[in-house]
Write a protein that binds this ligand. Structure first.
Ligand SMILES: Cc1cc2nc3c(=O)[nH]c(=O)nc-3n(C[C@H](O)[C@H](O)[C@H](O)COP(=O)(O)OP(=O)(O)OC[C@H]3O[C@@H](n4cnc5c(N)ncnc54)[C@H](O)[C@@H]3O)c2cc1C
Length: 311
């Protein structure tokens, strides 16, 4: 960390998923000089198709980003940099973003974190082999493709009943797999009444054929054939920089999120957050929407400052 660049961007956007990209589009159209810094490791990179985004249903995640960038780069005041932001110093009006592997800092007046979340998979042999082909986390994203198929629903403790109910909207051929966490009698009766089998034994491994799940084997020797899996991952923030900078965080159910006002402002002046990181419903279109909202707030805050400096 030795030198800073002279150029100061109006806004640095950390993260180039739908939240950061939509913020970039709105700010570019607001004639702001912006830099999008992106590590290019989006949450949905394992999937082959994204669903539920109007006009882009079924698109490859990489193609979604390519089109977005192409449209944003039509505006001359935007730049992209492929890099990881390692830390941030300075404050509102002059933030310094230090990038991994670089001695120069990027300077910006405002700072938007659109850094998303990471999914930590349960430690089950074979699960990562089928993640994104036939094992998924969100039925709204991938339930349609597995409708009426034989689904293993892997969910522990408090989430198990809720998740079983969710998946029952897409298929009646589901088996709840608690991987050795035990249900109570009332929960077992609730499932039984609805014809949903439950296996509370620990999972030994997930078997696949050509990258797709075929069978789930249990430690007591049982196994079930299945066509797909839905499971509950542990979600963690992609970066802890907002927390280090003093942004308030709160637990949104089982997920730590960056607290913002409805416009994406954090409690730290000049710092904003959008997308999965600040707990918008975990969907591409919701992330894009919150990025657009935060961009509008940033533009209004910059205009306020500029308006008030004229005497
Ligand atoms: C398997 C799977 C399938 C999904 N399928 C769908 C679907 O079909 N439809 C749907 O609507 N939603 C889907 N989702 C959810 C969707 O991926 C997320 O809601 C969405 O990507 C959130 O957008 P975001 O912009 O907040 O974060 P992301 O898309 O995760 O983008 C964040 C970006 O910030 C970058 N970043 C993080 N930290 C740093 C740093 N320090 N420096 C620089 N860059 C950084 C990351 O590398 C990444 O590129 C799926 C999720 C998963 C896990």
């Amino acid at each position: 960390m030795t030198k800073t660049e002279n150029e100061i961007y109006d806004v640095a956007i950390v993260g180039g998923g739908p939240a950061g990209l939509n913020a970039a589009l709105v700010l570019a159209r607001s004639r702001r000089r912006i830099l999008v810094i992106d590590e290019e490791m989006p949450r949905n990179q394992v999937t082959r198709e994204s669903h539920g985004f109007l006009t882009r249903d079924g698109i490859k995640p990489s193609e979604f980003r390519r089109i977005a960038k192409e449209q944003i780069l039509k505006y001359p005041s935007v730049a992209f940099q492929s890099a990881v932001v390692a830390s941030v110093t300075g404050g509102d009006g002059d933030f310094l973003l230090w990038l991994e592997g670089s001695e120069a800092a990027v300077r910006s007046r405002k700072l938007l974190f659109a850094t998303g979340m990471k999914d930590v998979l349960p430690d089950i042999e074979g699960l990562s082999d089928v993640y994104g082909t036939s094992a998924f986390v969100c039925p709204f994203c991938d339930g349609w493709e597995l409708r009426d198929r034989r689904i293993g629903v892997i969910a522990l403790n408090d989430s198990s009943m809720h998740f079983a109910k969710m998946i029952s909207g897409w298929t009646k051929h589901l088996t709840l797999l608690t991987n050795a966490s035990m249900l109570n009698d009332e929960q077992r009766a609730e499932l039984s009444t609805r014809g949903i089998p439950v296996i509370e034994e620990s999972i030994q491994r997930i078997e696949s054929q050509q990258g797709y799940v075929s069978r789930i084997a249990f430690n007591d020797g049982r196994s079930i054939d299945c066509d797909g899996i839905f499971f509950v991952p542990t979600l963690v923030q992609s970066t802890n920089i907002p927390e280090i900078m003093g942004c308030n965080m709160s637990n949104n159910g089982s997920v730590m999120k960056v607290d913002t006002d409805p416009m994406g402002r954090t409690n730290v002046p000049g710092v904003y957050s959008a997308g999965d990181a600040s707990g918008s419903p975990f969907q591409l279109i919701a992330a894009a929407s919150s990025g657009a909202t935060a961009a509008a707030a940033i533009q209004m805050d910059l205009l306020d400052e500029e308006w008030n400096t004229v005497r």
